[in-house]
Design a protein around this ligand. Structure first.
Ligand code: NAD
Length: 479
C-alpha cells in the first residue's frame, strides 16, 4: 500500500517541497505514505478559501446542509474497506477494529446531524420596552480548525467535521503526521460532493498545527490529543482568541467492588483496556479492586491478556495490533519499567514482542501490573498502551479517593450491585462519562467529553457541541 498526497486547499491537491513519510507500525521498514507538508503561505490560502466557502455554505438552510453531509457519510460507508485498510496500515489496529471505527464514525455523524436539526433555534424573549421584540438566535461560528491525533484516524476527524459543517461552518483538518491517509481519503470523497474549500486537509506536525490554530482568520479550534499540546494550543490562540473545544488525555479506571459474574466483568474490562492496544482515550488504564477480590481479578486479567494473539492488524487471526509509533512504544516500555521499580508485580506481559514475519514491529505484550501503589506513576499517569494497573483498596471511601486522585477526568466504570455504592459513584466520581456495570465504550448519541485535565470547553459529541460550533446573538427589534 502506498499513499501519495499533498494538502487539499480550495478543492485542489497541492504539492509541497518538503514531505512527511509514514510507515507500517507492524513492519516499520515498510513505507506507507508520503505527504506534502503545508507551508505558512498554504495556511493563509486555506483560511481564505475556508472563509469564502463558508460565506456561501452558511446561507443554505440547515436541512440542505445536513442532506449534503448525509450523502458524504454514504460515500464513506461505500468506501469502508479502503478506509479500513488505510487506518490499519498506518495506525496498526486490526482490520475488524478499523471497520468498527468507521461504522461508529458514521453513526455518530448521523446523530450529530440530528442534533443540528433539533438544536435550539431562534428564541423570543419578553422585552422590557413596549413595541420591541427581543430575539435570541445562534449563527455559525465561521472557520473551524480541527487538529487530530493518531489513534482514530477516521472517527476523530468525523467527530469534528460533521457538527462543523452541519452547523454551517467550514473546516480545516490537520491530521496526525503518523496517520494522515484516512483524512486524505475523506478529503478525496468530499471533493465534488461538498463545495471547494469547505473541507480542507493540511499536512504537517506541530509547526503547521500551531500556525493554523493561532491564525487570525480562524474562529474556533477543536483539538483532540495530549494535555501538553492542549496547553500550547491555548497559548497560541491568545493571538486570535478563537473559541476552544479540547479533548485531552485520561487515566480511566474501573472500580470492581462486587460482581455477580466476575468472569463477564473481567471480559469487559480486558476488552475496554486492551482494544486498539490500549490507545483509546477511553481505554481502561486502572482497575481498582476491593481487596477481597484482588487475587481473582489479577489472575483473571493475566489469563485474558496472555491469551491474546498479537500481530499484524491485516492478519485476520490478530486480536491486538502494534503500538502506533516508536516513541509511543518507548514510552510504554519506560512506564512499565518505572512501575516495576516502584514495586508493581508484572503478572502478564511486561515487554516488547517479536512477531514472526513482522521483524522490528512495535508490538507490546498485553501487560497486567498488580499491586500498584495508589500514589505511583502507573496508578496516576497516562500510559496509552496495552497496560492495566491493578490497585487494591479496603473501603469504598478509599476507592473514591484513589479514583479521583489523578489530574484527568474522562471516563470511569463501576461494577457493583450495592445501590448506595452506585449512588456515591454517580455523585462523586470526577469524570465526564460514568458507566455502571459495563466497560467504558460510549454510545454514539450521548455527550462525549471529560472534565479536569481531560477536557476544556464544549463536548464534541452531543447537543452541547452547538455552543462551540455556533455563536449566540441578542437581537432587539423595534417595530
Ligand atoms: P499530540 O498532542 O501529540 O498530537 C495531536 C495532534 O496535535 C497532532 O496532529 C499533532 O501534529 C498536533 N500538534 C502537536 N503540537 C501542536 C501544536 N503546538 N499546535 C497545534 N497542533 C499541534 O497527541 P497524540 O500523541 O497524537 O495522541 C495521543 C493523546 O491524545 C493522548 O494523550 C490521548 O489521551 C489523547 N486523546 C484524547 C482523546 C479524547 O477524546 N479525550 C481521544 C484520543 C486521544
Amino acid at each position: 500500500m502506498k499513499f501519495v498526497y499533498g494538502s487539499l486547499i480550495g478543492g485542489i491537491w497541492r504539492d509541497s517541497p518538503s514531505t512527511l513519510r509514514t510507515v507500517n507500525p507492524a513492519r516499520p521498514s515498510q513505507p506507507v505514505g508520503t505527504y506534502g507538508q503545508a507551508t505558512a503561505a498554504m495556511v493563509d490560502e486555506a483560511v481564505a478559501a475556508a472563509a469564502a466557502a463558508q460565506r456561501a455554505w452558511r446561507k443554505l438552510p440547515a436541512p440542505e446542509r445536513c442532506a449534503s453531509f448525509a450523502r458524504f457519510i454514504d460515500a464513506i460507508e461505500a468506501n469502508k474497506e479502503r478506509l479500513a485498510e488505510a487506518i490499519t496500515a498506518e495506525q496498526g489496529k486490526t482490520l475488524l477494529e478499523s471497520r468498527g471505527e468507521i461504522a461508529k464514525a458514521c453513526s455518530e455523524s448521523r446523530f450529530m446531524l440530528q442534533h443540528v436539526m433539533t438544536a435550539e433555534g431562534t428564541r423570543h424573549v419578553p422585552a422590557l420596552r413596549a413595541g420591541v421584540r427581543n430575539i435570541v438566535l445562534r449563527r455559525p461560528r465561521g472557520v473551524i480548525v480541527a487538529i487530530t491525533p493518531w489513534n482514530f484516524p477516521v472517527m476523530t476527524p468525523m467527530r469534528k467535521i460533521a457538527p462543523a459543517l452541519g452547523f454551517g461552518n467550514a473546516a480545516i483538518i490537520k491530521p496526525s503526521e503518523f496517520t494522515p491517509a484516512a483524512a486524505c481519503i475523506l478529503g478525496e470523497l468530499a471533493t465534488g460532493m461538498l463545495p471547494d474549500g469547505l473541507l480542507q486537509v493540511l499536512h504537517g506536525g506541530p509547526d503547521i498545527g500551531n500556525a493554523l490554530v493561532g491564525h487570525r482568520g480562524v474562529h474556533g479550534v477543536t483539538f483532540t490529543g495530549s494535555v501538553g499540546t492542549g496547553r500550547r494550543i491555548i497559548a497560541a490562540t491568545a493571538n486570535n482568541l478563537a473559541e476552544l473545544s479540547l479533548e485531552l488525555g485520561g487515566k480511566n479506571a474501573v472500580v470492581i467492588h462486587d460482581a455477580d459474574d466476575l468472569d463477564a466483568c473481567l471480559d469487559q474490562v480486558a476488552s475496554a483496556a486492551l482494544m486498539c492496544s490500549g490507545q483509546r482515550c477511553t481505554a481502561v488504564s486502572r482497575v481498582l479492586v476491593r481487596r477481597a477480590l484482588g487475587e481473582r481479578v489479577a489472575k483473571g486479567l493475566a489469563q485474558r491478556a496472555s491469551r491474546m494473539r498479537v500481530g499484524d492488524g491485516m492478519d485476520a487471526a490478530t486480536q491486538l495490533g502494534p503500538v502506533t509509533h516508536l516513541s509511543q512504544f518507548e514510552h510504554v516500555m519506560s512506564a512499565v519499567s518505572k512501575a516495576r521499580s516502584e514495586g508493581a508485580l508484572v503478572v502478564a506481559g511486561g515487554q516488547g514482542l517479536e512477531v514472526q514475519g513482522c521483524e522490528g514491529g512495535y508490538f507490546f505484550a498485553p501487560t497486567i501490573l498488580d499491586r500498584v501503589e495508589p500514589h505511583s506513576a502507573a496508578a496516576r499517569e497516562e500510559i496509552f498502551g496495552p497496560v492495566i494497573s491493578i490497585v487494591h483498596y479496603d473501603t469504598f471511601d478509599d476507592a473514591i479517593a484513589i479514583l479521583n486522585n489523578v489530574d484527568y477526568g474522562l471516563t470511569a466504570a463501576l461494577f457493583s450491585n450495592d445501590a448506595k455504592v452506585i449512588a456515591r459513584f454517580v455523585e462523586e466520581c470526577e469524570t465526564g462519562m460514568l458507566h455502571v456495570n459495563h466497560g467504558t465504550v460510549p454510545d454514539s448519541h450521548m455527550p462525549f467529553g471529560g472534565i479536569k485535565a481531560s477536557g476544556v470547553g464544549a463536548y464534541s459529541v452531543g447537543p452541547s457541541a452547538a455552543a462551540f460550533y455556533t455563536t449566540e446573538h441578542s437581537v432587539y427589534l423595534e417595530n
